[in-house]
Design a protein around this ligand. Structure first.
Ligand SMILES: C[S@@+](CC[C@H](N)C(=O)[O-])C[C@H]1O[C@@H](n2cnc3c(N)ncnc32)[C@H](O)[C@@H]1O
Length: 194
């Protein structure tokens, strides 16, 4: 995230810094610190249930962190501010409210499930301008996430390829504008069942 934020600032790619799947907020605190150090103002958008969600099994308690706890993490580093926006709730309920004309310079998705990635990509990908950076935290380690990426890339005709970061994550820079074709949007299969 640190490199991605620095890069979009250096390249003057317009737009917000967005993470879906925030947990304790560490990645977005780092993003806020980088912006602070660079003397730059961008909106930070944090999307998460901020409570237990179905599908995590024995990890569900561990992964359930409240919005108040994440706000406190920004306070601890003196990085709280009006440019930090919380979007609490399941992605399926929050991302459809996004105004697609609002650009996203960095889109980081860390949502573990097919449904979570599908919601993020279908509703937000059009908002990433060419030159914007997309990061998938768990695409190399979660088969369902890789399946979602492969479906999305093939069915929406994306030309971009993933650059692997480590055993979990990968990134790419958007090269081509696309208009999302909703014919391929799949019914709930994991996080959105129930
Ligand atoms: C692995 S954690 C994120 C870790 C964090 N990005 C980090 O690097 O420290 C996954 C997060 O995604 C959230 N999440 C996954 N799918 C979601 C969905 N469909 N709607 C809302 N939140 C979701 C969970 O609540 C959890 O906080």
């Amino acid at each position: 995230m640190e490199a991605a934020v620095s890069e979009v600032i250096a390249q003057k790619v317009q737009g917000d810094i967005v993470e879906l799947g925030v947990w304790r907020g560490g990645v977005m605190v780092i993003a806020a610190a980088v912006l602070h150090d660079l003397g730059e103002q961008r909106n930070l958008r944090l999307f998460d249930a901020f409570e237990q969600i179905p599908g995590y099994g024995s990890a569900s308690n561990f992964l359930a962190v409240s919005e108040a706890e994440v706000r406190a993490a920004f306070d601890d580093f003196g990085l709280q501010g009006p440019h930090i926006h919380f979007h609490p709730g399941l992605f399926k309920n929050t991302v459809p409210l996004w105004d697609v004309s609002n650009p996203i310079a960095v889109l980081r998705i860390d949502g573990n499930f097919y449904d979570s990635y599908q919601d993020a990509l279908y509703y937000l990908y059009e908002s990433v301008p060419v030159g914007g950076i997309v990061i998938f935290d768990d695409v190399m380690s979660h088969n369902d996430v890789m399946r979602c990426w492969n479906d999305f890339k093939r069915e929406q005709g994306l030309v971009e390829n993933l650059n692997q970061i480590d055993m979990h994550s990968a990134w790419f820079r958007k090269e081509q504008k696309v208009k999302i074709n909703w014919d391929f949007f799949r019914p709930p299969q994991d996080a959105n069942i129930n």
